[in-house]
Design a protein around this ligand. Sequence first.
Ligand code: ATP
Length: 358
Amino acid sequence: MPDYMIELRNVTKRYGRIVANDHINLGIRRGELMTLLGPSGCGKTTALRCITGHNIPDEGRVFIDGKDVTDVPTHKRELGMVFQNFALFPHMTVADNVGFPLMIRGLPKAERQKRVMEALRLIRMEEYADHYPRQISGGQQQRVGLARALVYRPKVLLLDEPLSNLDAKLREEMRFEIRDLIDRLGITAVYVTHDQAEALALSDRVAVMNAGRIEQVGTPDEIYDSPQSRFVADFIGLSDFLEGTVVAVHAPQGTAVIRVEGLELYVPVRQDMSPGRSILLFIRPNDIELLPASAEDNANAFPGVVHKKTYLGDRNDYRVLVGEGLELRVQTDGKVRFEEGERVKVHLPVAHCRVIVE
Ligand code: ATP
């Protein structure tokens, strides 16, 4: 039995006819940062609120540190929380803001001061103790929010889109700060976001949610490299999807041949492949190679025409027409350049053509 700090067992939460969480099972290990990732409305916040106690599930149970807390009120669950629209009290100093949760818990002043300074040290803001929120930057306010959530040494930290009010550059910096802070504390954390880059950069594991259900749980690598459904492959990173039929299986060579829109494509063989079977493949646009039309003929290299080109700074993004009406999205680094209308050769390396079994 794994040692989970937080566990959702068969949790279902409905709002009228909407099933916001549909029989969710999720175990979050001690010291792990687990991200709930998915599009707007998929049920991330609802699941988090089942952990905090702001939602009572209609079915299922919630465990924290081995204890069934389904019926325990929020303030008795020993949680630290930072929410999307969190606000510091404008008329209180940074130190008083951070110490506020201790004051309402009635801790003596000396103990409060000690813990506040400890929390400010954690976020490297001791020298701002006497500043007011309007005198510090957005990123610093966010760090103070974190210190306030951590000051009473909670068992777990819950963060719901905590960076969504920051600009893109600051968001990126804060990701590293949060990760670093959680590593130093060794605390268990649950992080909610719809931003896949944030999830991949921050998390030990990611739970990808769709329409109230968990589609896949895995490390960032597993989620990106081995998505188990079209939804996950589509939501995490960019993908070209190819629907085809198995034509031949060459087990000794480790390949199978798939027919897709008049093309014959070699892919790594799988046990469940047999001629005639329909298959869904995906390949990442940056794993496809774009070569001059004169390039040597090769397995999985097909003639094509650049239909559209978009300049993205460090990369170029191409739409290339191949075979009988297949449009592939291809991304190359900035050095590889082709023009719209140019004839090219498109190479889909065998190892990068991956099969999704749904
Ligand atoms: P977002 O990223 O937009 O915050 P989310 O993934 O966190 O979305 P939830 O807020 O959990 O999604 O919402 C899941 C579903 O439940 C949505 O269809 C939403 O409209 C519905 N819902 C959430 N809270 C309530 C509520 N208090 N009353 C009625 N419906 C709700």
